[in-house]
Design a protein around this ligand. Structure first.
Ligand SMILES: NC(=O)c1ccc[n+]([C@@H]2O[C@H](COP(=O)([O-])OP(=O)(O)OC[C@H]3O[C@@H](n4cnc5c(N)ncnc54)[C@H](OP(=O)(O)O)[C@@H]3O)[C@@H](O)[C@H]2O)c1
Length: 304
């Protein structure tokens, strides 16, 4: 039977919003599962269920009648997803999509530096594998997407500031990295759930979807060409960042996250880019936009 009802936990967030839009556009009935204390608002047509997101009992009620549960809670909460898995089993949900949405966190894929901040995601998928084996009526699909592109431009993730025309380039700037825009990621969620034949194929599978693979230097060149300006470039050695990350990790400082992700994405030889043969875009019928068009649209929207 085709999936119809999709619950999204974190539906008001940076990623949750475009996923909800894409699901509605594809004809799914969407339920937003929102914190009891939240004032978030949702588009017309979305049912809202407020719940204690730490309670399996409350979540089981919130997931009633849902075919699919998609988790898009914030990164710092992504090590706390077991209660959603337990509630999905209890509520008779058929497909669970955990909060991966970034690096592939399967064993052996993360460097030790990244595992120190993303290990909670690995443990969640391990728990999901165990629970879906014990309760085969629940299936799962994991989606790794690389770094968020459009979202990252706004937050300085790529070290390129279109307003000030200043760029920070890590090491040589020639390390390839894989990344995806939020609309592309949202489309990947729809793609694993419909049509039904594909939804059957995507049961109990982990996918890497990638909209574009590029280097920081290539991205900087596009920003310079599209703005018609030369950017002032500062070069940073990631050896210094690694020292700062280790000091912050030792102190339990949450700033270690940003440094670990930066090192795992840009350091020479970090190997973040997904191998061409591992990218599932073709199998899922996904087509990414060109990087120049993505940069151009971003700059237009910013009036830069
Ligand atoms: N690869 C990348 O570059 C990248 C970048 C950013 C994020 N991500 C990943 O994307 C996923 C979603 O992140 P996001 O930035 O979109 O999240 P977000 O916008 O920070 O939050 C999503 C929603 O979760 C709910 N929420 C807030 N605090 C919460 C808490 N303490 N516990 C449970 N729910 C809470 C809120 O919804 P309500 O108010 O409705 O409850 C919020 O709107 C995460 O897995 C993150 O790791 C990846």
């Amino acid at each position: 039977m085709a999936f119809k009802m999709v619950a999204v936990v974190g539906a008001s967030g940076s990623l949750g919003k475009p996923i909800v839009q894409a699901l509605l556009a594809a004809g799914f009935k969407v339920t937003a599962i929102s914190r009891e204390t939240s004032n978030s608002t949702f588009p017309d047509g979305v049912e809202v269920r407020r719940a204690d997101l730490t309670s399996v009992e409350a979540l089981t009620k919130a997931f009633a009648e849902q075919d699919v549960v998609v988790i898009t809670v914030p990164a710092q909460e992504s090590g706390n997803q077991n209660q959603y898995v337990d509630a999905a089993v209890a509520a008779g949900v058929k497909r669970f999509i955990p909060a991966e949405w970034g690096f592939n966190t399967r064993p052996g894929k993360l460097s030790p530096g990244l595992a120190s901040v993303l290990g909670g995601k690995t443990k969640t998928v391990d728990y999901l594998l165990e629970q879906t084996k014990a309760h085969p009526s629940l299936t799962w699909t994991g989606i790794a997407t690389g770094t968020f592109l459009d979202w990252g431009f706004d937050r300085g993730v790529y070290g390129i500031n279109a307003a000030t025309k200043i760029a920070t380039i890590y090491d040589s700037g020639n390390e390839p990295l894989s990344a995806s825009t939020l609309p592309f990621i949202a489309q990947s969620v729809v793609a694993v759930l419909q049509p039904q034949q594909r939804a059957d194929q995507t049961a109990n599978r982990y996918y890497d979807v990638v909209e574009q693979t590029f280097t920081q230097n290539e991205l900087l060149r596009l920003f310079e060409e599209e703005t018609g300006s030369a950017f002032a470039v500062t070069r940073v050695s990631t050896k210094d960042l690694a020292r700062a990350r280790d000091e912050k990790l030792a102190k339990g400082d949450p700033g270690a996250w940003v440094l670990a992700l930066c090192l795992g994405t840009f350091a020479d030889g970090c190997g973040q880019a997904v191998e061409e043969g591992d990218i599932a875009n073709g199998e899922l019928g996904l087509q990414g936009r060109g990087l120049r068009g993505i940069v151009r649209d971003y700059l237009r929207a910013k009036g830069a």
